[in-house]
Write a protein that binds this ligand. Structure first.
Ligand code: HEM
Length: 520
């Protein structure tokens, strides 16, 4: 019998080496078995796509986490290689076909939406609710506040913020400094949505540097990719004191600050403190509390925190990015500026009365070219760049494929916005493509393919607010001012990363412009 130097006999050590070895072998066997199942026996095994993506979510994780939000770009390349339907994770199919969008999103109101509940640590909000029936109830409680009527009742506050934006523009004109529109717009939309949700705002637009929720929302996206792969991360971050998380992960600081602010505001309101200090007739928060659609379990601190985070998040970056895109291209393309400005001057000839409140929304809505500028910005801003998942209870037919019931199917807005057959020269900003009731080559109204606000029962709830903000902001800007871009760079308005919302390259300085009052 071999005796080791320590005095132990070799056979004494076998059990302690043997247990980890057995566990390792068992794990290897499990992984092998799982991979074989996913490749050969899984209900999605017949669908095309890279074999590695079929075997493991690490494939997605590599593109989303290591390469920072690049899987959507990769998926578009994979469609070139494998066709219009591909398996992009072991459990998910992705479809690229603009004509199938309504089948996935609009035609059946009872579909589930799995996946977004894990992304933000806000699983109880309307947008992240998985279950269709629960979503219906939560949306019904919010819908009246997002009707056209309610937005009109709130419009005097939107006008006030746009007047503040105009005052800030005059300051930059006087100082002959370029104004950073990429930072100014989230401050504008942030103040508006805070006023609508809580009844007060943080004065972000008046802040000299336009400090806003912008940075936090840029971070939410990248954290979301981590949380999708490792769903324990966000609950863990919540469980340990924020000061420790912030020291370990400084990038999470703005996000945690935002979450803390929401939690504090909800707690104060639930304790009976009134935060409602503006002249809005009602707030989203109070209409949720007063809603008869919701049981008490939907009016708890946690549920309301989730709703606040998502509604405020939904209301800030989407509209701000669309405004940034529109502004960049309108300023950068003299033909577009000249036509838009001329229309605005014709509609509002008296330049001394062009404060935002003098720019009547109904009159702005009658200007086809302004509408076309907004539609083109909505197309190129995508709303959300993320794959948008739906799980249908019944099997679905796509061309020659039968998609099994219970499969998670996703499509992506950027792929539709850049379908060259529908939108030729799709990377260019061409408002004219929306003029005169345009149709595709096979006679379908082009508007059907503007899907940036989603479709069906889960489409954007804030669409009326977003359109109102865009009409009034662009109307004010291009009636009252002329601009000159400082160091123009189109990549300041193009997606570099899919962080759920489209985010430009990370070192972008933003769209900056010198401002001058228009003389006519
Ligand atoms: C240009 C501006 C905007 C765009 C392009 C946009 C786009 C979208 C998209 C694509 C969705 C997801 C639809 C789906 O899951 O299929 C969505 C949902 C949502 N948006 Fe917007 N959005 C914009 C502005 C706003 C604003 C200003 C608000 C106001 C707070 C808002 C609130 C919401 C809410 C609450 C949802 C969830 C609806 C639900 O799940 O029932 N959005 N939006």
């Amino acid at each position: 019998m071999m005796v080791l130097e320590t005095g132990h006999r070799f056979t004494d050590l076998v059990p302690s080496i043997g247990i980890p070895l057995t566990a390792l072998a068992a794990y290897a066997l499990y992984v092998l078995g799982l991979a074989s199942y996913r490749l050969f026996l899984h209900p999605l095994s017949k669908f095309p796509g890279p074999r590695l993506a079929a075997v493991t979510s690490w494939y997605e994780a590599y593109y989303e986490i290591v390469l920072q939000g690049q899987y959507s770009k990769k998926i578009t390349e994979l469609h070139e290689q494998y066709g219009p339907i591909i398996r992009v994770t072991p459990h998910e199919l992705h479809i690229k076909d603009p004509r199938f969008f309504d089948d996935v999103y609009a035609k059946n109101p009872h579909v589930m939406k799995e996946g977004w509940d894990k992304r933000f640590g806000s699983e109880h909000s309307v947008m992240t609710t998985v279950d269709a029936a629960l979503h219906k109830r939560r949306r019904a409680a919010l819908s009246p506040m997002f009707s056209r009527r309610s937005i009109i009742d709130f419009i005097h506050i939107i006008h006030r913020h746009i007047d503040t934006l105009s005052t800030r523009m005059q300051e930059f004109e006087a100082g002959q400094q370029p104004m950073n529109l990429t930072l100014a717009f989230p401050a504008l939309t942030g103040d508006i949505i805070m006023d609508y949700f809580f009844g007060f705002n943080n004065g972000q637009l008046k802040n000299p540097q336009f400090e806003s929720f912008h940075e936090a929302f840029m971070k939410i996206g990248s954290t979301g990719h981590l949380a999708t792969q490792f769903p324990f991360i966000l609950p863990m971050m919540n469980a340990i004191p924020h000061s420790i998380t912030e020291r370990l992960q400084p990038a999470a600081k703005p996000l945690l600050q935002f979450k803390r602010e929401m939690a504090t505001l909800i707690a104060r309101t639930l304790r009976g403190e009134s935060l409602h200090s503006n002249s809005a007739p009602k707030t989203i928060f109070h209409s949720i509390l007063a809603s008869k659609h919701l049981p008490p379990t939907d009016k708890t601190q946690q549920r309301l925190e989730d709703e606040a985070q998502i509604i405020i998040g939904g209301g800030v970056e989407t509209t701000a990015f669309a405004l940034t895109i529109a502004s960049f291209h309108i300023i950068h393309t003299p033909r577009i500026y000249a036509r838009l400005h001329a229309d605005l001057v014709a509609a509002f000839p008296n330049s001394s009365s062009t404060s935002s409140s003098a720019l009547d929304l109904y009159a702005l809505e009658q200007l086809p070219y302004l509408k076309a500028c907004i539609m083109e910005a909505a197309r190129l801003s995508y709303g959300l760049s993320a794959r948008n998942p739906r799980t249908h209870a019944r099997e679905l037919r796509f061309r020659e494929w039968v998609i099994p019931a219970g499969t998670c199917i996703a499509m992506s807005v950027p792929e539709i916005s850049h379908d060259e057959e529908i939108f030729p020269d799709s990377r260019s900003y061409i408002p004219e493509r929306w003029l005169g009731e345009p149709k595709t080559a096979d006679g379908v109204p082009l508007e059907r393919f503007l899907v940036s606000f989603g479709r069906g029962v889960r489409s954007c709830l804030g669409v009326n607010l977003a359109w109102t903000e865009m009409y009034l902001t662009l109307g004010m800007m291009f009636r009252r001012y002329r601009f000159e871009l400082f160091e123009p760079d189109v990549s300041d308005v193009q997606m570099g990363h899919d962080f759920f919302i489209p985010v430009t390259r990370l070192d972008a300085k933003g769209v900056r412009a010198f401002v001058r009052a228009s003389r006519d």
